[in-house]
Write a protein that binds this ligand. Sequence first.
Ligand code: FCB
Length: 448
Amino acid sequence: MPFRDDFVWGVAASAYQIEGAATTDGRGPSIWDTFCQQPGAVWNGQSGDTACDHYHRYRDDVGLIKQIGARAYRLSVSWPRVMPQGRGAVNQKGLDFYSRLVDALLAAEITPYATLFHWDSPQALYDAGGWLNRESAAWFADYTAVVVDRLSDRVSNWMTMNEPQVFIKYGHGDGINAPGLKLPLAQQLLAGHHALLAHGLAVQVLRARSKQPARVGFAPVCVVKYPSAPRDIDAARAATVGVTQPDLWNNSWWNDPVLKGKYPADGLALYGAAVPATQKGDLATIHQPLDFLGLNIYEGQPVHAGPGGVAVATPRPVGHPLTAFRWPVEPESLYWGPRFMHERYGLPIYITENGLSNIDWVSLDGKVHDPQRIDFTQRYLRALRRASEDGVDVRGYFHWSLMDNFEWAAGYKERFGLIHVDFETQKRTLKDSAHWYRGVIESNGGTV
Ligand code: FCB
């Protein structure tokens, strides 16, 4: 089938990237507030202090989501806004914000998909060891309980965490994201193990405390290797599900514990002595039944079968299209990523992020013309439709992003939005792509 009748067309954003109001109503500092103060950490010394001021403008922003015609909105809850110290005292004003936001979404007939953790760890918990401290899993479970108790009468779709690969590797290994650590592999793996434990405990909390049946997933990066030709499919699949390089940039180290209850054998062998000592019962805790698998997919790497059938990167042609961020344009990733993940795990799939940064500005005619975003999204959605036609159980697509925002270490340099934001005036302008996306949604993908 093409896109299912109940296909979920959405847009996505995250708390630190849009909310601003960094010290308003009792919000505590996060590791990103701290990181942004480090000279050279973020492009032009920028921060999320104000960002899109969504904290104050959320009503208008919900109106814009409605104008785009999106039926669902993937938001994240800021842990330090809800619990300024990360544990202990709850900040009711912070919770109230999400409660008002959810009410506004529901009044506009937009279904909230809430992510509990999109990288903005409370600074106080980092000071207590952060993800390197095994207690972090329990801290996250306690925070989850607070959010679920308040919102689950109205929110039923949840993701525990966003892209563990990235917040562990870039944050704890490469030092390019908060908290800016450059730890050896063994410690990255330890932090990762605790994050996975946190995921498992949070799922248990969601199931136990939700006021209505919860639909729970998580949103890892999907690292896609796709075949250059049909004869390369097996090699591409093996490379996509394999742990083949001694870093955390893969799928199975993260997804297998969550969805199969064990770390992959090739990863255990490759990481060797760096593999963390786990405690009895850890993997059972991590391995909670999930309702869906979220995948964040922006690009992929074409490969072909080399000697012994092992995947070898196929060089891209000279002049291959690149986004403003200089990420390669790779629509096939939205076919093969979902396909390989569905084959391996069998769960319904949502594309929880996909999009591009583009060089957008407001033209003399007052509009924002972004034909590249339209063409990019059309190509990727065609690939996703093909996946659905070929039997992959794809349930939804969330475009990253609702609006231009704070793109982590790249600051405001990269514009990912369907909506242009003038960060001086906070004026929002729907880009041409936003109007185009509305047509896609109205036709249930018929116009792609
Ligand atoms: C993903 C992040 C998201 C956004 C996009 C461009 O890795 O999850 O917050 O920054 O990249």
